[in-house]
Design a binder for this molecule. Structure first.
Ligand code: SF4
Length: 302
């Protein structure tokens, strides 16, 4: 076990790292287009305030989200054994914690797992908010790998309030350009969560659309999936404007229309239900959570 101090919104916090040994490396994934999920770490130093991954981990990590990281120190060896008995499929790397969060710089677990998966004929889909991903460009340009960078804000200072220890968006955008320059073919941009009244503005969307066009990248659009905890500490409640379901639905429809007009492939994010129904449900939850108490921290739409 060891720890490190990291800047957190201008305040120093202690990140506690705990080494654990696991018996399984892959789990079945319920996410669209993925067969399996692989997370070398549990808990995420990036500490995004809206991150609902905390709803899928133990209470001790969830209650100190961003400050406790479990390192699955034997995951690469377990994976190698496990693959011998599995049916090949698509593996999402970093589905409930960023596989390229700062600790990966010294642990190399994501790298070793991706290497093994590719070698065994699996397809790999990496999603991250870190420009550390550039370190592994030699692996990531493999034809069976796709890489997505989440870009939620364009403005670095705005991002710092919501995603305090992730790479600033300016560096993520540079990383996307560098990945393309260095030969990564399968690139995507994840615009999510789109938070009504906060980052669904024209400037943010237009910039991401331009970037997707420039890089020939797929643009995923994923509205916020509201959960009670997001409003408990005043993180979003002070920010999100009261949103009428129809106006936000129209806003999302408009984004897809613009994508078609400029010839960018845009896809739905992880809404779950039929897209429109899903967005409407999220907004109903958003309005009710912003207004009153009563539900548990993780209740809300998935
Ligand atoms: S980078 Fe992803 S997993 Fe990590 S805290 Fe942010 S949203 Fe959660």
């Amino acid at each position: 076990m060891n720890s490190a101090t990291k800047p957190f919104c201008g305040v120093t916090v202690l990140v506690k790292y705990v080494r654990i040994r696991v018996r399984r490396a892959l789990s079945r994934s319920g996410l669209p287009d993925l067969d399996y999920a692989l997370n070398p770490y549990l808990g995420c130093e990036h500490g995004c305030v809206y991150c609902y991954a905390r709803c899928y981990v133990g209470k001790s990590i969830a209650d100190r989200w961003g400050e406790v990281v479990l390192i699955k120190e034997n995951i690469a060896e377990v994976l190698r054994r496990e693959l011998l008995a599995m049916k090949p499929g698509v593996v999402g790397v970093g589905t409930i914690s960023d596989a390229y969060q700062p600790v990966e710089e010294r642990e190399f677990l994501a790298r070793r797992c991706i290497e093994t998966l590719v070698k065994h004929g699996y397809r790999v889909s990496v999603q991250t908010k870190s420009d550390l991903v550039l370190r592994d460009v030699d692996l990531l340009k493999h034809v069976r790998v796709d890489v997505g960078l989440t870009v939620t804000f364009i403005d670095d200072s705005m991002a710092r309030r919501f995603e305090p220890r992730a790479s600033p968006p300016s560096r993520r955008i540079e990383a996307l350009r560098a990945l393309r320059r260095k030969g990564v073919e399968n690139l995507w941009i994840f615009y999510g969560p789109v938070i009504p009244g906060i980052n669904d503005d024209d400037e943010t969307f237009s910039e991401l659309l331009r970037l997707a066009k420039e890089l020939r990248a797929v643009l995923y659009i994923d509205p916020l999936h509201p959960k009670r905890f997001m409003f408990e500490k005043g993180v979003l409640v002070k920010e999100a404007k009261a949103v009428r379901t129809q106006s936000f639905l129209k806003r999302i429809e408009y984004m897809f229309k613009k994508c078609r007009e400029v010839g960018v492939v845009c896809k739905q994010g992880f809404v779950g239900d039929a897209y429109e129904e899903g967005v409407a449900k999220h907004i109903r939850n958003l309005n009710s959570y912003a207004g009153s108490g009563g539900a548990s921290a993780c209740s809300g739409s998935s």
